[in-house]
Design a protein around this ligand. Structure first.
Ligand code: SAH
Ligand code: SF4
Length: 362
């Protein structure tokens, strides 16, 4: 007899609440449910491989649909020195998402996706070019972290950034539930979790009211409405004054600094006037700026700024009192930028890409 018991909604192992898990394990004593829960969230283990459980229960677990992995790697590629690993995962319905694990000297960070695709339509972004497929469930989001931690082994994946595919604040409730699970069940500090948004103001306002002190990164890319609307269509709906108001309120209420993301595009947003406009917004807020030279994508034939322009832009900002970091181009060689791997691998072709060692921008 098959002991599988299906829940009515689509659920994966990390979507289940403890009560839902108990319902799936109907007839098992409470402590067994606790053991499976502990296996999932503390040991980050395969439930059916938990040696602390009797064989009959492990067989039962192996038979429950909701407890099977929900992410199926189509591509797993790593740089030669193994400091960056990128996955293209297929979901149960054939949708695809990307996850990137990055090791640094002092920490390890996983960059996770919040949606399959994205509806925001930023022209320079490979995910935006491909359009929106669907929201990810909480479980599909949490499982990306778990996969990365399993791959990292003894190195603790201490940081999570929502900078993979999708707009996290357009999937607020599921993303928030995932953050709660990462924090309360897996034990990740909320301060080590960063939500990156293109500027979904109602979502920023919800983050402002939420209890956990996660970091907020806003993808600005331009500091005047004309240029920003041409890069980020959502700017028409939430223009800069509305967006910056929301950032200011977030900082006032949370007492936490917002950071601005700026993909530097050659001769588009790397001029002195751009630095001027950005500094006029960032300096009074005390906001930090992260610049990253744009990764070229198939649908946007404009180049990232050359190193000389990057250096000049950073100097212009620091001369105007703005703290700036240049993000390294980690994983460019394995297409580890938003949506690029998905764009390159056609459906139903399991490929393992050979990667070159990564280059660092200064
Ligand atoms: N949707 C959210 C989070 C995912 S995108 C957001 O836009 O913030 C994560 C970051 O990657 C954003 O800052 C985005 O602007 C940046 N990005 C997208 N495409 C890029 C590209 N081709 N080169 C460099 N950065 C890119
Ligand atoms: Fe979506 Fe972010 Fe890409 Fe814009 S940059 S299309 S918001 S994922």
């Amino acid at each position: 007899m098959k002991l599988t018991r299906s829940l009515s909604k689509v659920s994966t192992r990390y979507d289940l609440s403890r009560d839902e898990l108990a319902a799936l394990l109907d007839g098992e004593p409470h402590f067994r449910v606790d053991q499976v829960w502990h296996g999932l969230y503390s040991e980050l283990a395969e439930p059916a491989a938990l040696t602390s459980l009797p064989k009959t229960l492990r067989e039962r677990l192996a038979d429950i649909d909701e407890l099977q992995p929900s992410l199926h790697p189509v591509v797993e590629s790593s740089t030669d020195n193994d400091d960056t690993t990128k996955w293209l995962f297929e979901l149960h319905d054939g949708r695809r998402i990307e996850t990137v694990l990055m090791h640094y000297e002092d920490r390890s960070t996983v960059c996770i996706s919040s949606q399959a695709g994205c509806a925001m339509g930023c022209g320079f972004c490979a995910t935006g070019q491909a359009g929106f497929d669907r929201q990810l469930t909480t479980g599909e989001i949490v499982e990306q972290y778990v996969r990365a931690q399993q791959r990292a082994g003894d190195r603790r994946v201490s940081n999570v950034v929502f900078m993979g595919m999708g707009e996290p604040l357009a999937n607020f409730d599921r993303v928030w539930r995932a953050i709660e699970k990462l924090h309360h069940e897996i034990g990740l500090g909320a301060r080590n979790i960063t939500v990156s948004t293109v500027g979904v103001v109602p979502g920023i306002r919800k983050l402002t009211e939420a209890r956990l002190p996660v970091n907020l990164a806003v993808s600005l890319h331009a500091a005047n409405d004309t240029l920003r609307s041409s890069l980020v269509p959502l700017n028409d709906r939430y223009p800069l004054d509305v967006l910056i108001d929301a950032c200011r309120d977030y900082m006032d209420v949370k007492g936490r600094r917002v950071s601005f993301e700026w993909a530097l595009i050659d001769n588009v947003n790397d001029r002195e006037s751009d630095a001027d406009e950005l500094a006029a917004i960032a300096a009074p807020l005390g906001a930090h700026v992260n610049v990253i030279p744009l990764n070229p994508t198939p649908g946007y034939l404009v180049m990232g700024s050359p190193r000389k322009s990057v250096n000049r832009f950073v100097k212009n900002l620091s001369d105007r009192g703005v703290n700036t970091t240049v993000r390294d181009t980690r994983g460019v060689d394995i297409d580890a930028a938003c949506g690029q791997l998905a764009a390159r691998v056609p459906p139903k072709s399991p490929v393992v890409l050979q990667a070159r060692p990564h280059e660092k921008a200064d």
